[in-house]
Design a protein around this ligand. Structure first.
Ligand code: SF4
Length: 174
């Protein structure tokens, strides 16, 4: 089995007290990067990045991202529901990897910026200085085009440039 275990972090969205108000990040004990192109083929991910490998997709209104060492799920009711979804993704990863000889890996590149890629370039302190309850929410706003790298006051100049360069790949002319 490729992915055997993980540690779960639960982040409360205090500014979104409605029923779906928790984000979950599973920190994976094994590297699943090799399985991501196969998972992308099976689940028909919305966004794929080849290097480093990551895939993002939506199911039942939730955004789910898988990278080499993390599975992130937003807008779940509580830890139990987040764990259930992450266990389902874990099974999908392992089944895609075990069946890889019968699956054509999908390497289609992302056409839009990915939440997980933006989040990776943020300080991840959840300080709220940008007006977002968490860095993940801010990353979602950046992907939607509502915010940009200049609006996180905690970003150092070098990291600001890195995020700018990442977003510039997706800029359209005119
Ligand atoms: S200001 Fe930056 S570090 Fe603070 S929560 Fe917003 S995105 Fe995260």
């Amino acid at each position: 089995m490729l992915l055997q275990s993980y540690t779960l972090d639960v982040i409360n969205n205090h500014c979104m007290p409605a029923a779906q108000s928790v984000n979950c990040i599973a920190r994976l004990d094994q590297d699943v990067g090799c399985a991501i192109p196969y998972l992308n083929a099976v689940i028909e991910g919305d966004q794929f990045t080849p290097d480093p490998p990551s895939v993002t997709f939506k199911t039942e209104g939730r955004l789910i991202s898988v990278t080499e060492r993390t599975i992130t799920v937003n807008a779940v009711e509580d830890e139990a529901q987040g764990r259930k979804i992450i266990d389902w993704i874990k099974r999908e990863i392992n089944e895609a990897w075990e069946d890889r000889e019968n699956i054509k890996p999908r390497y289609a590149k992302a056409e839009r910026p990915q939440v997980v890629e933006v989040l990776k370039r943020l300080p991840k302190t959840n300080c709220k200085k940008c007006g977002a309850p968490t860095c993940m929410v801010f990353a979602t706003w950046v992907v939607q085009g509502a915010k940009d790298e200049t609006q996180c006051p905690e970003l150092k100049e070098e990291d600001k440039r890195k995020l700018h360069d990442y977003l510039a790949q997706f800029a359209t002319d005119g």
